[in-house]
Design a protein around this ligand. Structure first.
Ligand SMILES: O=C(O)CCC(=O)C(=O)O
Ligand SMILES: [Fe+2]
Length: 409
């Protein structure tokens, strides 16, 4: 049994051999995780109840507007993606992550690669390492990507590709509908929405990325007596192969961040772990998103905050690890085409002033990198100085008038 200091560090993706760890090593121990209280965001949580939007409800647009202004996130129901499909996707992801490390490492993300097996991009910005595994995929290039893991292109490969493609088709259709709902929620009329689409081709040109997350730790040598609950993966009580993070209070599944694109649709297993940050009063706090069967979570990203001139807010969020149960999440990110300049829509700015300058997604990523380098997003978020603030226009500055509505391919 190696001590944490003797664990091998993987140069490609900063992984330790988590499976061998009996305690959380310093490399994975984050400071400040308990600086703010965590409150339950379930239905009975009063003003901390995470908003729920039912897409079938005739008043869905009002609910989207309220949630997007006040939270930057909501639970989405009535979306039409079959629950049975979500279950198959989750089972497929669990099977993929349960493959031997050597298989997964064939697909390891190298350096700044956008796609591949490994922690998400934001991992590069922090000296501490997250207690999770991830895999970023381009949904339009699934088969060649997944051949890296399954070179034989056998049954498991075909099954996983098939289910992911089916899921992607549903999710893309949903994303298009959601974009329209957002535009309605912004108060745009039918002709205005048609005008925005004709001018900017917002929906048609949206780019997509899928990121899979696996918040589970293999600690095969943990004494059986300390394994206290039934494992969801192997359903065994004491001979479990997929046990727990040794000290979830010190480890972090995904570092707090805002997503950079337009919005993300998140599928999570029936294990809570996603926390949304809410400012006080009464106090700054993390709200734990409940695991609602069949519901998806919608998170607004920074570029949507820019597009909506600050009306819809991006949400600062993190994922924590759990001592007893593994958790899987899938984030389906939608953003502008890489060469599209995104600025506040003139239909939203109206007679007012644009609050942000226009820039492309790659340009924004560079700004974000600078913001991270200037002291870390988490500290900066609550004290000002985020990437969004770096691209905001000073109200006394006249130049901003050129930037409104400037999203174009
Ligand atoms: O696992 C989660 O709930 C959060 C995932 C996430 O924030 C992301 O992939 O950007
Ligand atoms: Fe995220």
């Amino acid at each position: 049994m190696p001590t944490p200091s003797k664990l091998n560090k993987d140069p490609h993706n900063h992984y330790f051999d988590l499976g061998a760890a009996r305690q959380v090593p310093e490399t994975h121990a984050w400071e400040g995780l308990h600086e703010h209280p965590v409150v339950d965001g379930g239905v009975g949580a009063g003003e901390d109840a995470v908003p729920v939007v039912d897409m079938q409800d005739p008043h869905a647009a009002e609910a989207v507007a309220r949630a997007s202004e006040q939270w930057g996130a909501f639970l989405l129901q009535g979306h039409g993606v079959p629950r049975e499909l979500l279950a198959r996707v989750e089972a497929g992801i669990a099977g993929m992550f349960a493959l031997p490390k050597t298989d997964k490492m064939r697909a390891a993300r190298q350096g700044g690669d956008p796609y591949g097996y490994g922690l998400p991009h934001i991992a590069l910005y922090f000296s501490k390492t997250m207690w999770s595994e991830g895999y970023s995929l381009s949904p339009t290039n699934l088969r060649p990507e997944l051949r890296k893991i399954w070179p034989d292109a056998g049954h498991d490969y075909s099954q996983f590709c098939g289910v992911m493609e089916e899921f992607h088709k549903e999710m893309r259709a949903l994303a298009d509908k959601l974009m329209e709902l957002f535009l309605v929620a912004l108060g745009l009329t039918g002709p205005q929405i048609a005008g925005v689409e004709a001018e900017h081709k917002l929906t048609e040109t949206m780019s997509e990325t899928i990121h899979l997350n696996w918040y589970v730790v293999q600690m095969a040598t943990l004494p059986a007596a300390t394994r206290v609950s039934t494992c969801l993966t192997c359903t065994l009580l004491h001979a479990c192969r997929y046990p727990k993070c040794p000290d979830p209070k010190r480890a972090l599944g995904m570092k707090a961040h805002t997503d950079s694109g337009f919005f993300a649709l998140l599928m999570q297993s029936q294990v809570p772990g996603l926390h949304l940050f809410r400012h006080g009063p009464p106090a700054d706090r993390w709200v734990e998103v409940p695991a609602v069967p069949g519901a998806l979570v919608v998170n607004i990203g920074d570029l949507f905050q820019i597009l909506t001139n600050g009306r819809f807010r991006s949400v600062y969020h993190r994922a924590v690890v759990n001592r007893d149960r593994e958790r899987i999440s899938l984030a389906y990110f939608l953003g502008p085409a890489a060469n599209a300049k995104v600025g506040p829509l003139k239909e939203v700015v109206g007679g007012g002033r644009p609050a942000y300058r226009a820039l492309t997604w790659p340009e924004y990523i560079i700004v974000r990198k600078e913001a991270f380098a200037n002291g870390g997003a988490d500290l900066e978020f609550t004290k000002g100085g985020t990437a969004l603030e770096m691209v905001s226009i000073n109200p006394d500055d006249d130049d901003g008038m050129d930037d409104q509505g400037d999203i174009s391919s």
